[in-house]
Design a binder for this molecule. Structure first.
Ligand SMILES: [Zn+2]
Length: 444
């Protein structure tokens, strides 16, 4: 389980970005968060326009790792009371910056590392507990949302609609009963894998074992459809994306992925998959993580990570692995990444998938390397301003902000209503569908 230290457990995790997280997280741990850029940036016409637009329509972000940041906070790990969102936090997220960013809805990631040998469900339940206690702690600012109508009601009441998204199917421990229990606790999407290939699904960041989804993996997708839990394809391999798009009765999401044609890393979405979103109805929510946005950054971090992977095999303790990690990545000099580069991903997704299939999933608090000027939850208006300068209409910007995601949620809710009327909860097991040879492995 090489990835359990503070920074190594980060959600977005992707192998390529973990290195960047380590040093930056260490540096910023004791540094007060910057104040929202609302006071720092010149308010040109496009930025004023962007702020006005985000007052008139909710911005719904697909992925924020605040619950993990709280669990791993250096001063009081896991202490929801101590990690006070009414004041500037050491991370990317607090109430003032959510307001400054125009955030109207947020999928809070209840991430669990997939590299542990066991115990996923316990940590998953603890992360759901942290997220739900955060939401309950600030009733004037946050409100639990379980569906599209809840989002709109919470936003209209001036609160940030707060949804839960699981990151990694390892947390169901091959049990559809566990999947249903997570849904009952409020989880409204599940990323099929994180960075580890599972018994039933291949990850983009691990060795493929199945060529996509197994039969049980397909049944997981169908049961998620029946429940009304969105199928999230960030982190999975292209073959898993392909299988899920074939099987899913409901639109899918990519909660935090950018485009592979613009930045060729395994975590991003290939054009042939983007081109299938209109047929499925789903949405790719573009992430801001520097290593997924900029090819120049990825070209430096990917070889470094491969070298780390080669050498880490010889080490036996977590301390040794952490030290190697620091040594490997501390000296890397990374080029700057700009808001314009994020806009390039948004526009590429619009070109290939269409404007009805693009959203935003920043991945704040899941990484430490961001484009300049797009480095916490207060900065979304700057990306909208960039798109306004490129000629985007208000109607299209509203689709990007939340219109597309709300359409996806309503469609998934309709699929669930129909499915629940026609089929009972699935009793399938891994062994019943994939055969006795599919005996669960300890970690994958
Ligand atoms: Zn992630």
């Amino acid at each position: 389980m090489p990835f359990r230290s503070r920074s190594l457990g980060l959600c977005s995790g992707l192998l390529l970005v973990l290195p960047l997280a380590l040093s930056a997280a260490t540096m910023r741990a004791d540094t007060p968060a910057a104040q929202p850029a609302i006071t720092a940036a010149p308010e040109d016409a496009a930025l004023r326009h962007a702020r006005a637009l985000l007052r008139s329509t909710p911005l719904i972000d697909g992925h924020n790792d605040l619950p993990w940041a709280i669990r791993e906070s250096q001063q009081r790990p896991g202490d929801v009371e101590a990690y006070d969102l009414r004041h500037a936090t050491p991370g990317d997220t607090d109430l003032a910056r959510l307001r400054a960013g125009g955030v109207g809805g947020q999928f809070w990631s209840v991430y669990v590392p997939g590299e542990m040998p066991s115990g996923f469900a316990r940590v998953q339940l603890e992360q759901i507990d942290i997220a739900r206690r955060v939401i309950a702690k600030y009733p004037r600012d946050l409100e639990l949302a379980l569906g599209a109508a809840d989002i709109e009601r919470a936003w209209a009441a001036g609160r940030v609609a707060s949804l839960l998204g699981m990151e990694g199917g390892h947390a169901i421990e091959n049990s559809l009963g566990a999947l249903r229990a997570y849904h009952a606790l409020g989880v409204r999407y599940m990323t099929l894998t994180h960075n580890s290939t599972l018994d039933w699904a291949d990850s983009a960041a691990d060795q493929p074992r199945h060529g996509g989804l197994t039969r049980f993996g397909e049944e997981v997708v169908r049961e998620m459809n029946r429940l009304g839990m969105l199928v999230d394809l960030s982190h999975v391999s292209p073959a898993t994306m392909d299988d899920a798009l074939r099987v899913s009765e409901a639109p899918v999401i990519f909660s935090h992925s950018s485009t592979r044609a613009v930045c060729d890393v395994p975590r991003n979405v290939p054009d042939d998959i983007l081109a299938r979103l209109p047929g499925n109805g789903g949405v790719v929510m573009i992430t801001f993580v520097a290593g997924f946005v900029s090819q120049a950054v990825a070209d430096i971090t990917m070889p470094a990570f491969r070298e780390y992977q080669r050498r880490v095999q010889e080490l036996t303790t977590q301390e040794q692995r952490s030290e190697l990690f620091k040594q490997t990545f501390a000296a890397l000099k990374l080029p700057k990444v700009t808001i314009a580069q994020v806009a390039d991903h948004v526009e590429h997704a619009r070109r290939v998938a269409g404007v009805d299939h693009v959203g935003l999933g920043g991945d704040f608090d899941g990484n430490d390397t961001w484009p300049e000027g797009l480095d916490d939850v207060s900065k979304y208006p700057h990306l909208f301003a960039e798109l306004i300068r490129r000629g985007w209409s208000d109607a299209d910007l509203k689709k990007l902000a939340s219109g597309n995601l709300l359409r996806v949620m309503r469609a998934a809710e309709a699929v669930a209503r129909r499915a629940q009327a026609t089929r009972p909860p699935s009793l399938a097991t891994l062994e019943s569908l994939d055969g006795p040879a599919a005996k669960p492995s300890a970690t994958k």
